[in-house]
Design a binder for this molecule. Structure first.
Ligand code: ZN
Length: 267
């Protein structure tokens, strides 16, 4: 019924021998598909392996912006091979993270510059492989990472569709993304009492312009807030969003599934 469009099943918070149980719980909550995102080269292999083991799981391959300093310069050779894998549904998690401080030995300037370079290279890969792209942006204050990512997206928008995941802003901030043909996705943040603007964004977001995700193991929705998140909790976020939109869960599932099918090229 529902897809968890963004989770990290290769996280050390999910012991691999527990995965079958986690996926079974997801299925019994109506989460019939999960997309697991890689954050580093090593993580790509693990995520693809998980996606090869479980028919409900698909993988995305990419280098997270917080991992660019630990990634070799010629990472693209390996990433290109992973992109050919039959269970690879899109490119990501890539993006720009101006929230976390630069690692030791890096100036903030150089760190962010390398993130922007990687983001462009991920867009190039998406273009070459005719896949879409999953983008993370985060700022300490303001929206510089979002603006920079949109600026880069603009150069590829006629060939690649981007999802800006874990949407933390109001809906107005998404206008330039929609204009480029991109979409956004909502996590459990939409259920948080201190983030009513996010739920408000989900309330008015047009059908076809958004997906639902957990970002598990992070950001568990209410009533699981503070605990380890898992794909079955997609349902809590979906129910909250459906209620605020005045839709039944089935109605919300129907259009978000259509969006996920198109974005991840599920056939
Ligand atoms: Zn993520």
């Amino acid at each position: 019924m529902l897809t968890d469009s963004h989770c990290h099943l290769a996280s050390h918070q999910f012991p691999q021998q527990e995965l079958q149980k986690i996926i079974t719980r997801a299925r019994s909550s109506g989460i019939t598909r999960m997309v697991t995102l890689a954050t580093s080269l090593k993580d790509c292999a693990t995520n693809l392996e998980i996606a090869s083991t479980f028919p409900e799981v698909f993988a995305c391959i990419g280098i997270h912006p917080c991992d660019v300093h630990e990634t070799v310069d010629d990472y693209m050779t390996e990433l290109k091979e992973y992109a050919q894998h039959p269970r690879c549904a899109a490119i990501g998690e890539t993006g720009l993270d101006y929230f976390h401080p630069a690692p030791e030995g890096w100036s903030e300037n150089d760190y962010h510059k390398r993130q922007r370079q990687f983001l462009r290279e991920h867009f190039e890969l998406a273009t070459q492989t005719e896949k879409n792209i999953v983008i993370h942006t985060r700022d300490r204050t303001g929206t510089a990472s979002l603006e920079d990512a949109i600026h880069i997206y603009r150069d590829y928008a006629n060939k690649v569709q981007a999802v800006f995941h874990c949407w933390p802003y109001n809906l107005d901030a998404a206008a330039p993304i929609f204009k480029l043909g991109g979409i956004i996705s909502f996590t459990g943040v939409a259920t948080f009492k201190n983030a009513t603007h996010v739920l408000e964004a989900a309330k008015h977001c047009p059908e076809g312009s958004f997906m639902i995700e957990t970002d598990a193991p992070y950001l568990a929705p209410v009533p699981h807030r503070g605990k380890r998140n898992e794909p079955s909790f997609t349902r809590n976020t979906a129910e909250t969003i459906a209620t605020t939109r005045g839709e039944s869960l089935d109605q919300l599932a129907a259009h978000t599934e259509k969006t996920a099918n198109q974005f991840f090229q599920f056939t």
